[in-house]
Design a binder for this molecule. Structure first.
Ligand SMILES: Nc1ncnc2c1ncn2[C@@H]1O[C@H](COP(=O)(O)OP(=O)(O)OP(=O)(O)O)[C@@H](O)[C@H]1O
Length: 263
């Protein structure tokens, strides 16, 4: 591409070289960051001059994985993007394309269910199972945290983890119960409004344990855990709540078993 070649001439040269139908509308877009926005060039823009503004490394090697490339796109005649439906590729072709940087590397588990390529019961359960087998018991569904009871101790609750998740945007790090505690704690400080974390699950799923982890993290964040014994006091209320819950359950069972009397 010559220094003074306009976008229009680059498009027509590229279309001719690639044997594209000259009757169709093409645009040239500049991508400056991996996954970044595509900037559609005007017909009179000079692509070579834009290229000179890229970082030196991008000018020399411009691996697609780093971003910084031009994209020739076919458009519909009204200017909207023309989507081409490619034939499905085999697993092998997919791996080859990923190795060459044309496709993102295949991912076998997703930290957020919202990112699943296909969303259905099977794919959700599969994803949770795959993660569970990798000792990743937490998964997000947007801002909701799903926890699967590992029924064994995992070394992911020490103070290092409290620090790691402190004041972090949800979703930036691997899903964790401390991330939820942290979001609630900082939202409370920022908005000066009480926060509420709803924990739901069937019996034995780990609600009490999750509550304990939340309290542990919250007291550590407020740095009052040791000084005032807050954590001990709150956790000490747990058995009382358990007794009350047990009573309530017994009462509900009794109510179910007793046929309603007259009136
Ligand atoms: N994240 C976890 N890591 C290790 N063990 C866990 C975890 N979550 C739960 N457990 C274990 O699973 C068992 C049941 O958990 P827990 O008592 O919290 O369930 P629950 O949902 O409160 O049950 P219930 O509704 O019957 O009171 C406990 O022995 C607990 O130690």
């Amino acid at each position: 591409v010559q220094k003074d070649a306009t976008t229009a001439s680059v498009i027509s040269d590229a279309a001719a070289a690639l044997g594209l139908d000259p009757g169709r509308l093409y645009v040239l877009a500049e991508v400056k960051e991996c996954g970044g926005e595509e900037w559609v060039l005007e017909a009179g823009d000079l692509p070579a001059q834009r290229f000179l503004l890229w970082p030196r490394k991008a000018q020399e090697t411009h691996p697609r994985s780093l971003g910084f490339y031009f994209l020739l796109q076919e458009r519909n005649h009204d200017g909207t993007i023309h989507y081409v439906h490619l034939p499905p590729v085999s697993k092998e072709q997919e791996a080859q394309l990923a190795a060459r940087g044309f496709l993102p590397p295949p991912q076998d588990d997703f930290a957020d269910l919202c990112n699943l390529p296909a969303l259905n019961e099977g794919s959700i359960l599969n994803n949770l199972r795959t993660r569970f087998h990798k000792k990743k018991i937490y998964t997000y569904a947007g801002s909701i945290l799903i926890a699967i009871n590992p029924f064994k101790f995992l070394p992911i609750y020490n103070p290092k983890y409290v620090k790691m998740y402190e004041n972090h945007q949800l979703g930036k790090l691997e899903p964790h119960i401390f991330a939820i505690a942290d979001v609630a704690y900082y939202a409370m400080l920022r908005k000066r409004v009480n926060q509420c974390i709803v924990i739901s699950g069937e019996s034995g799923s780990g609600k009490t344990q999750s509550t304990n982890f939340l309290i542990h993290c919250l007291t550590a964040l407020s740095q009052k855990g040791y000084a005032s014994g807050v954590e001990r006091t709150i956790l000490g209320a747990g058995p009382v709540l358990e007794v009350l819950r047990g009573e309530r359950r017994r009462w509900a069972r009794h109510a179910e078993a007793t046929p309603p009397g007259p009136g």
